[in-house]
Design a protein around this ligand. Structure first.
Ligand code: ZN
Length: 153
């Protein structure tokens, strides 16, 4: 294993152990959405709540259980998108999906900058079965955003 791979592994283990944004928070906002996603092949489960305000992702919290990859990925997601604008969050989601489809290859610098710690998941792209684990929280986030915005015209 290369030192880069070891560093990536460490990032994932750290987030799995010390999860960020864990614990659903009650939100006194108008635009709130929630999504529950299950990955039956691995047994991962994530319930994620999003609160939007003024074109910004005000809050992202979640509850879940499952493998290190699924839990670390949603922890990183929380770090990356909470406090960003909706368009920044969309771009980050797209970059993460690109990373998962890159079959273990690095992305360009622009998208890597956007992904920060999430770049550590690059190796997951080589294992189709684990992509589902890594994507679970992001699917929950995408769906929760749709729920939060469904009253918009
Ligand atoms: Zn899993």
């Amino acid at each position: 294993m290369s030192s880069l791979e070891q560093m990536y592994q460490q990032v994932i283990m750290d987030h799995a152990k010390q999860a960020h944004g864990k614990g659903l928070v009650d939100l006194n906002l108008i635009q709130v959405g929630e999504s529950h996603q299950v990955n039956t092949t691995c047994g991962d489960e994530i319930r994620l709540r999003v609160g939007l305000e003024d074109d910004r992702v005000e809050s992202v919290t979640w509850e879940g259980q499952g493998c290190s990859i699924s839990q670390a990925s949603v922890s990183v997601l929380h770090e990356l998108v909470e406090g960003t604008t909706l368009s920044e969050a969309e771009a980050t989601m797209e970059a993460f999906r690109d990373l998962m489809q890159a079959k273990g290859e690095a992305l360009d610098d622009d998208r890597e900058d956007l992904l920060g710690d999430a770049t550590a998941f690059v190796g997951v792209g080589k294992y189709p079965a684990r992509i589902k684990c890594a994507m679970l929280g992001w699917m929950a986030f995408k769906d929760a955003m749709i729920q939060a915005r469904k009253d918009e015209a």
